[in-house]
Write a protein that binds this ligand. Sequence first.
Ligand code: ZN
Length: 273
Amino acid sequence: MVKELLIAGFPRSGTTWMARMTADLFNAPLQDNPKNDPLIHFSRRISDEYIVRKTHHESITRRKSGYSGGGCQYVYINRDPRDVLVSIKYFKHFGSYYDAMGYMNDHNYTRFMMDWWAKGGDFNISYERLHESGAMSLYIMKKMLTGKSSMDDANEVYDRHKFDNWKDKYPGTMREGTLGQWKSVFDIYIGKEFERQFGQVMLNYGYTQHSDWWRELPDPNGILCVSCGINGHDGLVTHNGYLCWDCYEELESKAFHDGQRKGSGAPVRNINE
Ligand SMILES: [Zn+2]
């Protein structure tokens, strides 16, 4: 009886990439949609011991026996939720990041992520780790799932599935997954809203350490503090330019102690006035 390896993850989390590499590593055909015929061209050799299937199953709907009744194992992949958002906006052609957040909610993103976080797969991997130490991750995965593994095979498979080798063949579905791309597109408003909606997921998965990560994102409607360079709304316009409250107070107190109160950047007007 064929054994199934089910590669699970929320859409745009690296599920396809992981499924292709796993199929190759296990010499297995790949079924990227239960309705489609299995694909064999991702694997160098094909044996009938395994079949790899990609799923977007929630953890609670996991099958124990797999699709063919021969038993199955789950590989679960997750990715920084902020990069998932960027990828979803791009692929679904949403006009804004807020629309893309709506898509995540419509597809029960939080429930999906929290449930997998609580239960896990037979092997768990992050998209980021797969980028940083992919061959080693593949080696460990096979070792954990089968008890035996080869670093040479893992290296070869990882190299074969580098983005550059496949981008021309699948131009519609593949896009170079730059890590941390959200950093160059998020502003403070997107970040604040994303934290409000998905903060717990990021915290649980270790992508954030606190709920204030978004505060230093650029503010397209704000202005930069001339001292610390951080955007803000609250603060003071001084003769030297805009100062946030923290810097203003620090400079004022320094000037006071130095006996140089005059010309220290005294407030002209409150920025909100
Ligand atoms: Zn400042």
